[in-house]
Design a protein around this ligand. Structure first.
Ligand code: PLP
Length: 342
């Protein structure tokens, strides 16, 4: 049995999702004529109580478009030092937007309004102009950690008082919402822009949405074109996204429960030094010296169980749509058996 826990991006469309894709009405979206894309964008914007949305090929593109529209070259972006926009998007902030980055040392990816306030540059010819704050929820490098909404509101206030824009890299926002029971619209009202990934836990094959005000989205649409992200009959993909938003949100709680079970099993292993608190669908843990990460990954791969290295001696496992209770049981059994094979 193949158990792929490398990422929640490895899911494949279900039969019902494929059906929705094949029967989607389509048109040329660069001409603004694809009804399935329009339907997805309008639905998502309403869900988050934002004015408009833009369907894009990837979460990297939605984040980079947001940074591009919010800033001018020479400006500065505040984010955590583990932020996806900083470490996993190919240096895009420098390349597309020409901005410098002010990195904060948060708690598993989460910082405070006070951290933000202390890192806003004064207006002075020496300094870059602080323009944008970006937060990630859930935090990938934090092991799927969730932000406290009250802190988000405090950061919103600090941004408003200082004339800064606030972006949410919400590629796993539905995991956070599933865990806290909070409303998407609360997030929509707190941020100037939000990026939402459809091809992670929600199970669509491709696509992300950028949400924001009408004028902001108009500008993002222009930059999307410039970056080569204007797609033609994209409705086939958008239909998968709509299907995901309508059908795959309630089941995220199952992913979280399975991740908790995996985390508890990992916690018991003698060669595991530390497991980060399992808050959503990510299990992040550190192996001790008795178990080099390369060996751990190889031993599991021989049994068709796939996990990824995530920094020195750290391993990440992610539950998703294609991991059911049989996979979970087998994964737990393989992990326990490793104890005897050291
Ligand atoms: C997956 C992910 C993204 C976007 O990645 P793409 O592969 O470009 O879709 C952005 N931020 C976080 C935290 C992610 O996990």
């Amino acid at each position: 049995m193949k158990i792929d826990l490398r990422s929640d991006t490895v899911t494949r469309p279900t039969e019902a999702m494929r059906e929705a894709m094949f029967s989607a009405p389509v048109g040329d979206d660069v001409f603004g004529e694809d009804p399935s894309v329009i339907q997805l964008e309008e639905y998502a914007a309403r869900l988050f109580d934002m004015e408009a949305a833009l369907f894009c090929p990837s979460g990297t593109m939605t984040n980079q478009l947001a940074i591009k529209v919010h800033t001018q070259p020479g400006d500065e972006v505040i984010c955590d030092h583990t932020a996806h926009i900083y470490i996993h998007e190919g240096g895009g902030i420098a390349f597309h937007s020409g901005c410098s980055v002010r990195l904060l040392a948060g708690n598993r990816g989460r910082f405070t309004a006070q951290d933000v306030e202390e890192n806003i540059n004064t207006i002075d010819v020496h300094h870059p102009v602080t323009r944008l704050v970006s937060i990630e929820n859930t935090c990938n490098k934090g092991g799927g950690s969730i932000w406290d909404f009250d802190e988000i509101i405090r950061i919103r206030r600090a941004c408003t008082e200082n004339g800064l824009n606030l972006h949410l890299n919400g590629d796993r926002i539905f995991n956070a919402l599933a865990a806290t029971g909070d409303e998407p619209a609360h997030f929509g009202r707190a941020f100037d822009s939000i990026s939402v990934c459809l091809s992670k836990g929600l199970g669509a094959p491709v696509g992300s949405l950028l949400l924001g005000g009408s004028d902001f989205i108009r500008q993002a649409r222009r930059f999307r074109r410039m970056m080569g992200g204007g797609m033609r009959q994209a409705g086939y993909l958008a239909a998968a996204g709509s299907y995901a938003l309508h059908n795959n949100i309630p089941r995220l709680a199952d992913d979280h429960a399975r991740a908790k079970t995996l985390g508890a099993v990992v916690q018991e292993l003698s060669f595991v030094e530390e497991v980060l608190p399992v808050e959503t669908n990510i299990v992040l843990f550190r192996l001790n010296e008795a178990m080099p990460a390369g060996n751990f990954i190889k031993m599991l791969a021989e049994k068709e169980m796939l996990v990824v290295p995530f920094g020195k001696q750290y391993i990440r496992m992610v539950t998703h749509l294609d991991i059911n209770d049989d996979h979970l049981e087998e994964a737990c059994s393989l992990l326990r058996k490793m104890e005897g094979r050291m």
